[in-house]
Design a protein around this ligand. Structure first.
Ligand code: AMP
Length: 462
């Protein structure tokens, strides 16, 4: 199936092509046709299935197609003043997810002419209010901050045509149920509602019955059959130690191609960067990379000297290599089916493979769910000790054929021998622009990413 066959508009198809998406994911294939017709949809899907585009694409298209029709006197007055009114509200449990949805709207809605903004708590409201006052078509919000701003009269929801509840189960877990009831009461009854949840407990089903009208049910196909030739084990490792343990594991000379899974795109970049710093040739792949970069990374992974590949779940879909010897779950996926999918990347074509999971104490409930789904206990082993002299153990930085090997200094090694004074002096100097300097690149990258994110949080995009 192609995106064209889903009757998406030319401008959306153009955005999808430039994002490098060629095929709709199963949840997109199921959701988009119903949502485009204006039907309510309740979807069981977790992050990594492409659910954001499943609700964002039809929302953008419907808003682009429908005329701006204010329903109340106040909204008519606002429209006469030339300001946009909020026609779609997307609710998310966390600020991270809200920011990610905002980024997706920028990606998919580049040519839509619509405006969006993202609001969430924990930061000052001033710039968010300013963005709202300029007028937006789509508002992405966490429930608490939204209600605050509604109560202060900065947000008006009487013109919402499409209401989206993302990760509904997490919003309930976080105690937002009363806020959600209040918000839904502010939104017109005559609306389209799309609700997504990673799990479908009875409370979610009951809310769906209250808030949705004859919804179509969609689901990302669960995969529960266990690949037989994969030997699995789990190490109990706290988050702060995971990176060291991974580096230690990767020093195993018996490993061949190794794939590490990270739940988030940012996490994937960070893991790859730190491995590089530890002298291990590693690259990351995820949805934020351009198509050209992804292709180049895949080529390198298919070569004789492959890098360790750090991938997010969706990016791993296209990976079909028969010689992946090790899969490492840096963190546990939210849904147990995703674990089965991940470890199925190894032991292909009759080969055997190893799946190693790093589980921190707060991830144990997820591990139990996996064991329940597969009906198998994952053997627990003692994690390899992370030596504090790890860096000196890394004799020679690995590198792909023909690629410049970062020197230990460039890869962030040998830092210990430098005095703090030297580091302070070094920091204040402008970078010499060495592209192989993973250490300084890491620091600079972090700072600039942070700035970029802060800018995006409140920007009216599109
Ligand atoms: P989500 O489940 O919405 O968080 O999406 C997970 C990742 O998949 C994001 O990085 C998206 O950019 C990416 N993605 C979504 N739809 C597609 C698609 N059809 N093809 C390739 N990547 C996609």
């Amino acid at each position: 199936m192609t995106f064209e066959s889903l009757s998406l508009s030319k401008s959306l198809l153009r955005s999808l092509a430039s994002a490098g998406y060629h095929q709709p994911t199963p949840i997109q294939q199921q959701t988009i046709p119903h949502a485009l017709k204006g039907h309510d949809v309740v979807g069981c899907a977790q992050t990594g299935t492409g659910k954001t585009a499943a609700f964002a694409l039809p929302t953008l298209q419907r808003l682009m197609e429908s005329a701006n029709r204010p329903t109340t006197g106040a909204a008519k007055r606002r429209q006469r003043s030339g300001r946009r009114v909020i026609r779609s509200l997307i609710l998310s449990p966390t600020r991270e997810l809200a920011a990610q949805i905002g980024e997706s709207l920028v990606t998919y809605g580049t040519f839509s002419g619509l405006k969006y903004t993202v609001i969430f708590g924990g930061v000052k409201q001033h710039s968010q209010v300013k963005a709202l006052q300029q007028g937006v078509d789509i508002l992405v919000a966490t429930p608490g901050r939204l209600l605050d701003l509604v109560n202060q009269g900065f947000v008006h929801l009487e013109n919402v045509e499409i209401l989206i509840l993302d990760e509904a189960d997490q919003m309930l877990d976080m105690g937002f149920i009363n806020d959600l009831h209040k918000i839904v009461a502010e939104v017109p009854d005559d609306r389209q509602t799309l609700m997504f949840s990673a799990t479908m407990p009875s409370e979610i089903r009951s809310l769906a019955r209250q808030w949705l009208r004859r919804p179509t049910e969609v689901q990302a196909t669960p995969e529960a059959s266990m690949p037989e030739l994969v030997s699995q084990l789990v190490y109990y490792v706290e988050r702060k130690n995971k990176q060291k343990v991974v580096t230690q594991l990767l020093m195993n000379p018996e490993r061949n191609k190794t794939l590490i899974f990270s739940r988030t795109r940012r996490g994937a970049d960070k893991i790859a960067r730190r491995l590089t710093r530890d002298g291990i040739y590693a690259l990351s792949i995820h949805g934020d990379k351009t198509q050209a970069t992804r292709r180049s990374v895949m080529q390198k992974f298919g070569s004789k000297r492959p890098p360790v590949l750090v991938a997010t779940d969706l990016a791993s879909r296209g990976l079909d290599f028969s010689d992946i010897s090790h899969v490492i779950n840096y963190d546990l996926p939210n849904a147990p089916e995703v674990y089965v999918h991940r470890i199925g990347r190894t032991a292909r074509a009759g080969a055997s493979g190893k799946a190693i999971t790093l589980c921190s104490s707060d991830e144990r409930p997820q591990l139990r769910l996996i064991e329940k789904l597969t009906g198998q206990r994952v053997p627990v082993e003692k994690a390899p000790m992370a030596s504090h002299e790890l860096r000196t153990m890394t004799k020679k930085p690995e590198t792909a054929e023909g690629e410049a090997a970062p020197s230990p200094k460039q890869a962030g090694q040998g830092k210990k021998s430098r005095s703090p004074k030297w580091r302070a002096r070094r920091k204040s100097k402008p970078s010499r622009g060495s592209t192989a300097n993973a250490s300084s690149r890491g620091k600079g990258g972090k700072g600039s990413r942070k700035k970029k994110k802060e800018g995006k949080q409140v920007a009216v995009n599109g």
